[in-house]
Design a protein around this ligand. Structure first.
Ligand code: HEC
Length: 117
């Protein structure tokens, strides 16, 4: 009996997983398009910040997570981030964003960046 319950549980879980993942990416997209897009633009367009095309090939999840949570903290010790400032021609810097203090929202934006850019 127990094995049937377990099988049932896992089949429900696997049925739900892809849709949960998709809705997380949707929330990430929503956040990106309401906050980040004002500086970053999309599809090669640059506004006041670097184009994020291919960001998933340049940076890993741990870096993105730390950067989105607190850019100035990462700048203290990370050479890549310091080099970004050297190349900055926009006159403004990546701010610490209140919405990015929320672990779930941050994870969803990262999921969006890694799948769509
Ligand atoms: C006020 C403008 C502004 C906003 C809003 C903003 N950024 Fe940035 N971002 C920057 C700037 C400028 C840089 C380049 C580093 C610097 O000078 O601070 C940057 C750098 C980055 C980088 C590193 C880029 C690279 O090429 O390695 C990532 C990733 C990033 N931002 C993601 C985001 C996300 C996601 C959001 C929304 C949650 C966001 N940014 C909102 C201005 C902004």
């Amino acid at each position: 009996m127990r094995i049937f319950q377990l099988t049932f549980f896992f089949s429900i879980m696997f049925a739900l997983l892809p849709s949960t993942w998709a809705s997380d990416i949707k929330q990430g997209e929503h956040i990106f398009k309401s906050i980040c897009i004002h500086c970053h633009g999309m599809g090669g367009e640059q506004k006041f910040a670097p184009d994020l095309t291919g960001i998933g090939t340049r940076r890993d999840v741990a870096w993105l997570n730390a950067w989105l949570k607190n850019p100035s903290e990462v700048l203290k010790h990370d050479r890549y981030a310091q080099a970004l400032l050297g190349k900055n021609k926009y006159g403004i810097h990546m701010p610490q964003i209140p919405d990015m203090q929320d672990d779930e929202k941050r994870a969803n934006v990262i999921a969006y960046l890694l799948t769509e850019f």
